[in-house]
Design a protein around this ligand. Structure first.
Ligand code: AMP
Length: 178
């Protein structure tokens, strides 16, 4: 977990390589759906372009299918769940599949640093949701809808300081996991 720009995707990829986990980024899955012009993609694009969350029902049915196919694997979830209803839905899916959450890693970074990082990323990513207005929207959506999950997962969550180089943050994440 962590706000947009905290480095979730980067760290999730490093962890998935190191521990041989399947890396599931809902943002990447949705961007693939958009590129393939599927119904999910066409529906999701409007929300994503404005920095808003795609509706919970869409995410939950998409993730139920994906997780059902992957239930034999170790998984790192990146960018999901992002709301309390998604976390409750994930609990129900996990119960049904006999899976459980081992740990929740939260990467925290100051808002000013995040906005600067995202503006910099916008220069080379070409992502259509990396404009200044949308970046600010995404931070506000995070604070309102996603940050309450820290309380929801208070028994599982490990906090890691995300201010530093990629390598520094990776070392902190690995130390926290140990
Ligand atoms: P990300 O790549 O994780 O920053 O996600 C990019 C965008 O995809 C977000 O701003 C949302 O519009 C959408 N998205 C990704 N994951 C979710 C989710 N769990 N719930 C709702 N929308 C999501």
């Amino acid at each position: 977990m962590g706000p947009p720009g905290a480095g979730k995707g980067t760290q999730a990829k490093i962890l998935s390589d190191k521990y041989n986990l399947v890396h599931l980024s809902t943002g990447d899955i949705l961007r693939t759906e958009i590129a393939n012009q599927t119904n999910i993609g066409l529906d999701a694009k409007n929300y994503m372009d404005q920095g808003l969350l795609v509706p919970d029902e869409v995410l939950l049915s998409m993730m139920e299918n994906t997780l059902t196919n992957l239930k034999e694997s170790g998984i790192i979830l990146d960018g999901f769940p992002r709301t309390i209803p998604q976390a409750e839905g994930l609990d129900a899916i996990f119960k049904k599949l006999g899976l459980n959450i081992d740990m929740v890693i939260n990467i925290s970074v100051d808002k000013e640093i995040l906005i600067n990082r995202l503006i910099k990323r916008a220069e080379d990513s070409g992502r259509s949701d990396d404009t200044k207005e949308v970046i600010v929207n995404r931070q506000n959506v995070y604070l309102e809808l996603t940050a309450p999950l820290l309380e929801f997962y208070k028994n599982e969550v490990i906090n890691v300081d995300g201010d530093g180089t990629i390598e520094e943050v990776t070392q902190r994440v690995l130390a926290a996991i140990q």
